[in-house]
Design a protein around this ligand. Structure first.
Ligand code: ATP
Ligand code: MG
Length: 370
């Protein structure tokens, strides 16, 4: 599967854009602030309905406009499919698949899996647990429809429970207890799935780090929940219920839910030491790359199709050996979109790619590619 074409209207610095892609390798070259990342962002929206960098959808609508849209045509084995996402300032975004409005935005998940590599990936290692949970959840959501229900129900329950706790209403306890059971049920399912997928991620990340470093380091990804997971879903649910009951006073005092998978972390360990604390800058960067490569491998395995690879500004950061490694890896996979300021950063790959120049919200094809 690949994306044949993209159409943008009032999206970021694109008034309107129509571009046809190469089925394998696409390079976007240009000076800073011309609109290269915006293209990758639009593609990522077709994959997940969300941006990988904007806090709010509204930010993606062109300044001074009330609405914007992203439209992509996908080539699948069964035929072509059109995905259209409409963004509005004053109402929710709308999703259309081949002209048919979708009731749920989540119906897009897994249709066009994608992995973004960006310099911000370093925060996956250096930042707080929230970013790592998001990385893990987004990986699972793209490949497992069953996870979506538990994940969404958990989030919904947590929100309602937190809002109750914040209001500090009289006679709170019985109202709170109503939410304990769904929180524990969906929480247990979320934790077990996260744990299962983390193990697979760890295998892939370990292999990726070996490939990147020539086998010098042992990398482990460990799901680190608050509660021990032994014993299966029923037992875990009971443990969560017990923990919620033990935390009653604390929760009421602090006005927030303190028990559950929204507090878990994904630990990153190199040679038995936490990468976040003891890793050098270079080790942390390599660790982040390995995590993204692991995501790519896992999604390729779990989605039965090679994900889109969106490679934003990362090439220039890599040394020659790693550049070669990445380009080789990309050639084995599906369609890739790479940005950079100079073709020189892409060495041999630039011969095999379709090359576009990007300038002030306009894209021009410079080389058609094979
Ligand atoms: N909502 C918006 N409406 C109009 N223009 C926008 C909007 N959001 C961002 N821009 C503009 O888009 C440009 C940035 O585009 P983008 O991030 O794609 O640049 P880039 O080519 O990737 O640059 P760099 O090489 O620095 O990463 C900026 O000039 C910014 O002002
Ligand atoms: Mg950019």
């Amino acid at each position: 599967m690949h994306v044949c074409s993209l159409r943008l209207s009032h999206f970021r610095n694109y008034q309107s854009l129509e571009v046809e892609f190469h089925p394998q390798l696409n390079l976007f070259l240009g000076f800073n602030a011309q609109g290269k990342t915006n293209i990758l962002e639009a593609l990522y929206c077709l994959s997940t309905t969300k941006s990988f960098r904007a806090a709010a959808d509204e930010e993606m609508i062109q300044f001074g406009q009330e609405a914007g849209s992203i439209e992509g045509v996908l080539q699948r084995e069964e035929g072509q499919e059109q995905i259209r996402l409409e963004l509005h300032r004053d109402k929710n975004k709308a999703l259309f698949v081949s002209g048919k409005k979708q009731k749920k935005l989540s119906s897009l998940l897994g249709r066009l899996p994608a992995v973004v590599f960006s310099p911000d990936d370093l925060f996956l290692v250096k930042g707080g647990p929230g970013l790592r949970r998001r990385y893990l959840d987004l990986t699972i959501l793209q490949m497992d429809q069953g996870y979506l229900t538990h994940f969404q129900q958990y989030e919904k329950t947590l929100k309602q429970r937190n809002s109750l706790l914040r209001q500090r209403v009289q006679n709170l306890e019985p109202q709170l207890a109503v939410w304990d059971l769904p929180l524990a049920e969906h929480g247990a399912a979320v934790m077990l799935k996260r744990s299962e997928i983390s193990k697979r991620l760890s295998e892939f990340a370990g292999q990726a780090l070996k490939d990147l470093t020539g086998g010098l380091e042992k990398f482990e990804v460990r799901y680190e929940p608050q509660l021990p997971l032994e014993g299966g879903e029923g037992i875990l649910k009971d443990k969560l219920l017990q923990a919620l009951s033990n935390a009653r006073r604390e929760e009421m005092a602090r006005g927030v839910t303190v028990v559950g998978p929204h507090r878990d972390d994904l630990g990153l360990w190199v040679n038995g030491q936490p990468l976040r604390k003891f890793g050098s800058q270079g080790q942390q960067r390599t660790g982040a790359l390995a995590l993204k490569l692991a995501q790519l491998s896992l999604l390729t395995e779990g989605c039965h199709t090679a994900p889109l690879v969106l490679f934003d500004d990362v090439m220039a950061e890599l040394d020659e050996k790693r550049q070669a490694f990445f380009l080789n890896r990309l050639q084995q996979g599906g369609q890739a979109f790479l940005t950079g300021t100079s073709a020189a950063d892409f060495s041999a790959a630039s011969k095999k790619a379709r090359i576009f120049s990007v300038e002030s919200g306009a894209v021009r094809m410079e080389q058609q590619g094979p």
